[in-house]
Design a binder for this molecule. Sequence first.
Ligand code: SF4
Ligand code: SF4
Length: 432
Amino acid sequence: MCRRCESMCNEVQDCSVLSGANRGFDSVVAPAFDMSLNETVCTNCGQCVAVCPVGALVEKDHTAEVIEALADPEKVVVVQTAPAVRAALGEPLGMEPGSLVTGKMVTALRKLGFDYVFDTNFTADLTIMEEGSELLDRLNRHLAGDESARLPILTSCCPAWVKFFEHQFPDMLDLPSTAKSPQQMFGSIAKSYFAQKIDIPREKMVVVSIMPCLAKKYEAARPEFAVDGNPDVDYVLSTRELASLIKAANIEFVTLADEEFDQPLGEATGAAVIFGATGGVLEAAVRTAYEVATGQDLPKIDFQELRGIEGVRTAKLKVGDLELKLGIVHKLSNARELMEKIRSGEEQFHAIEVMSCPGGCIGGGGQPYHHGCEELLEKRTAAIYRDDRNNTLRKSHENPHVQELYKNFLGEPLSDKSHELLHTHYRKRSAL
Ligand code: SF4
Ligand code: SF4
């Protein structure tokens, strides 16, 4: 009865799904209008779960299915780990908030029995190649007077945001980038390019994601992300679920040595890891779009003007002769406000990044509970930017394995093959 979940849903995310009004004590968080959550405008962001002080709200756990796959000698089980996971997994396993545990996480996943341990950061770099190219293509067409090339381009890597705009802004479905999220690009590339490389059919491969996010569970189950009923991503575990699995396997996490990701889908740049914090996707896109558009080296790599914790931030950046107006938003109430201004013509941008959770994925619904603590989110964010600085390669187009993927398999960004494997479409959904 503290109703923090309800405040999160109504005030912070502005979804108005959870309601205590006119309900009995036993159903205080049931959705309004007597519907199951699946039938409502719920975005699956999981922020109700993240703030519940007593653990009364829980996600659907797929740990049992993952253990079964790991025990099946007929299956090749591939795991990917999202950028924000490495900045928070240490917390429930005895380490200080803000610890970066990438190497220990890789070791633990090998000990659990995964056949290949890969990095979603690889496909975050790939997302930048596709989304950055789409931004430049749309800008050029827009500037040439093509009325079908509408701006701003909106990021599309957050599945809760995607479901939110499908419900709330169905008249603006041509604005989001058609690039799939890094999770879904990974599943698609793993079950095509990598399955071919190790010479197995896609049905023999099981792709597991470790995500900071509860909406990723829903995203993996969207019917368009499957081939003949075989999903690109089979199971999604949250950071919390992985921590529990590591504990259940009696792995003493803090004493583990660091190991490296497998290749080729384990190579990534610093631009990819910053996807985990609000502003990171746009900063990564700018690092690549600038060099591709101007043919010149970036004068600086860190774009402080795109960072920060304010709910809505704007920045102007010169790319060649063009001054780009960029917007960065986290939390869905802020996204709604900005989108309404864009719809009415009050505000104009070239590109906007939206992340549903506070602080971006570092504050995701699948992370160790943040209970609304901003200091904790700041420590995770600092870890993400530290990881970026520690990388020798910090621009997505410099990733050698991404370059190889284009050379040997995809052709070039926005090619027919890229469209087939790496892009998607959106649908209108009911606003009730
Ligand atoms: S489910 Fe949790 S957050 Fe929601 S009212 Fe109950 S105790 Fe509070
Ligand atoms: S911000 Fe990140 S963690 Fe939150 S819903 Fe979006 S993708 Fe998931």
